[in-house]
Design a protein around this ligand. Structure first.
Ligand code: ADP
Length: 397
């Protein structure tokens, strides 16, 4: 097929997500997920034109995972040779201050991403391992890195600077970077399209609420504030992450209970958020328990929405004028009670959610505010794979 396609890759520490994406239309003729890489019981779920298949077996590393994926393409389709595959697009979590744009991967790029490992000790090594595996199997294709942080490199100094000794930023890179940039980029453009205005002329508050969650103030297509910081722990309440806590918490727990910093870090990243409060990190479960009268789930929901509401108010003030508040991600796109609770009572700010529109099941981008609202409230499904495919093609020489 003649339209350019990109093999989009998202490598986690023990997983590999891949999809063949038409960069022009976003269509995905084939995709898959390898999980439990490095264990004896790895699984591959592959989706091709003929339906899905599941394979089990030992997958040692990302290179072996790609080999398995290629076998699945060969056996179950789609036939990669039938497409004009122009690049492999890799999601890379942390680009630090070094990367404000997608880049074609060279040995220098690998070196720079390696240097950034201290800022993302869990994510960047996994991304690098995915890149190495893919380069081994697709040596003739250009590989492009798309950074979660790049979209936020437009943050002004007063937004990215922590009030800590000023040498820390220069010597140790201690500053706010922000994440979910691929999603914010895609959703901002789609929201502007829905509003019928050029992206350069709209001010948006975009809430990406998935397992991870963050919110951004986007002025004229550029991020000017975002809730995640040096790491993805800061900001909103998430599936398993606490979001904002008193920065003295670590010292207190360490001093009073003798917990190691690694253990505290693990708990705040993996055992907190909705999981810590409600025992469940899946938002559907939280809603189900809340509806059943579970007080812990009810409090978790309230804390989640209250935190979100605080940020919406703060980012409204940062922007001064807001054209739309935009919800995206699995929770943002589907959980109507989160949208109504977090924006209730804000009509003086021009923000109103229409109950019927909010509860409606519309698939594509749509408004849930009344037609004459000063501030539109939108639901815009994100598509990070398509954005990675588009940005990969744009980055090619
Ligand atoms: P990720 O951050 O892993 O990409 P997603 O954006 O897919 O995650 O979001 C996953 C979250 O969305 C989960 O908490 C899931 O429960 C929630 N979610 C998905 N569908 C619904 C739904 N219909 N109602 C409420 N929450 C939902």
């Amino acid at each position: 097929m003649s339209t350019p396609h990109v093999l989009v890759v998202n490598a986690g520490s023990s997983s590999l997500k891949y999809s063949l994406v038409d960069a022009t239309t976003g269509e995905t003729p084939g995709d898959g997920l390898v999980e439990r890489i490095g264990e004896s019981s790895s699984t591959l779920v592959h989706q091709g034109p003929g339906g899905g298949t599941r394979t089990e077996g030992a997958v040692a590393d990302h290179e072996a995972a790609f080999r398995l994926a290629l076998d699945a393409f060969g056996e179950h389709g789609p036939d990669l040779a039938a497409y004009d595959v122009v690049a492999v697009g890799h999601r890379v979590v942390h680009g630090g201050e070094h990367f404000s744009q997608p880049v074609v991967i060279t040995d220098e790029v690998i070196e720079a991403v390696t240097d950034l490992i201290p800022l993302a000790p869990l994510h960047n090594p996994a991304n690098l391992s995915g890149i190495a595996g893919a380069r081994a199997l697709f040596p003739d294709l250009p590989h492009v890195a798309i950074f979660d942080t790049a979209f936020h490199q437009t943050l002004p100094p007063h937004a990215y600077t922590y009030a800590v000794p000023r040498d820390w930023v220069r010597e140790h890179g201690i500053r706010r970077y922000g994440f979910h940039g691929t999603s914010f980029s895609f959703v901002s453009q789609a929201a502007a399209d829905l509003l019928g205005k050029p992206l350069a002329e709209v001010n948006l508050v975009v809430a990406h609420l998935g397992n991870g969650a963050s919110i951004s103030a986007v002025r004229g297509g550029e991020s000017v504030e975002t809730s995640m910081g040096m790491t993805p722990l800061e900001g909103l309440v998430m599936g398993t992450r606490s979001g904002d806590v008193d920065p003295a918490l670590h010292a207190h727990l360490h001093r009073e209970l003798g917990w190691s910093l690694d253990e505290i870090d693990r708990i705040l990243n993996r055992e907190s958020g909705l999981k810590g409060l409600a025992g469940e990190n899946d938002f559907r479960e939280v809603l189900r328990l809340r509806d059943a009268g579970d007080p812990a789930a009810s409090l978790a929901f309230d804390v989640f929405c209250h935190r979100l509401r605080k940020y919406v108010g703060a980012y409204y003030a940062v922007l001064g004028e807001v054209d739309a508040i935009v919800f995206t991600g699995g929770v943002g796109e589907n959980a109507a009670p989160v949208r109504s609770a977090s924006l209730a009572g804000l009509s003086r700010l021009g923000i109103t959610v229409d109950g019927t529109l909010n509860e409606g099941r519309v698939a594509g981008p749509h408004a849930i505010s009344p037609a004459n609202s000063a501030v539109a409230v939108l639901v815009v499904p994100t598509n990070e794979e398509w954005e990675i495919a588009r940005q990969s093609v744009a980055a090619l020489p």
